[in-house]
Design a protein around this ligand. Sequence first.
Ligand code: 13P
Ligand code: SF4
Length: 309
Amino acid sequence: PDSSIDLFEAVERLKQELNAVILAHYYQEPDIQDVADYIGDSLGLSQKAATTDADVIVFAGVHFMAETAKILNPEKQVLLPDLDAGCSLADTCPPDAFAAFKAAHPNHLVVSYINCSAAIKAMSDIICTSSNAVKLIQQIPAEQPIIFAPDRNLGRYVMAQTGRDMVLWQGSCIVHETFSEKKLVQLQMEYPTAEVIAHPECEEPVLQRAHFIGSTTALLNYAKQSQTQQFIVVTESGIIHQMQKQLPHKFFIPAPPMNQCACNECPHMRLNTLEKLHQAMIHRRPEIVLPEDVRQAALRPIQRMLEMS
Ligand code: 13P
Ligand code: SF4
């Protein structure tokens, strides 16, 4: 505990020295959440990145999130504590295969979930996140055909919510696919008054059991305003730290994964640690760099999202 107190102080000092801001996602380890200036979902984090006046953005999240911050801030330094913190969902959509998929569906508008690489963003018309996907799709004229990539579970959920047909890229997230409907039902029998709150990256049978579906921020806000005292949380378990911290009198139960080898912590998110974050601030690397032509092409659909949100 003493060494982590020293680290907290060291990170605070470096923040002043560098004029840095620490942006963290809810799936980061508790220590990182506790040192962050802002914790949010993908939309909140990109809105924060778009408006910060810091010189250095320390991004405690996965690569596509830090990359989005860099796309919005070419003149700022964007640090990622571990450059290997990728995303299994983003990895399901390689640029070459996606270019062929696009070519096979001419005249389609491409709406991509923010969980994708800059190269995929550069091939997209509009970016969305789990918190604005329904709202953005509703703004697209009904006769316009749409490709939705890369998450098929979010895509199917948006189709059900909007009544729109869309061509779906068949990607998914290893963490959200791991939840077991059977074990969820067993847990509901154990906690009959608990509300099930789930992220839309979960598969349909699990989502059908949910009382509320939303982005990480939306799940936290729902838990705040609900009269219920117990919640079964069907998403990466990191958010429970924030729920428990902000709602100490409520009770949060992580949903069980399918088998014992699976785990509801995102292995990519959890590559970042407070120690690595501290080192990144000292050495000012690993840093996100990307070619200017890709950055500019990826910026357009992100700006469109920010305007439409
Ligand atoms: P949110 O935008 O809801 O925070 O989701 C990010 C993510 O990676 C979900 O797996
Ligand atoms: Fe990607 Fe899934 Fe991890 Fe989110 S939880 S960052 S979608 S692998």
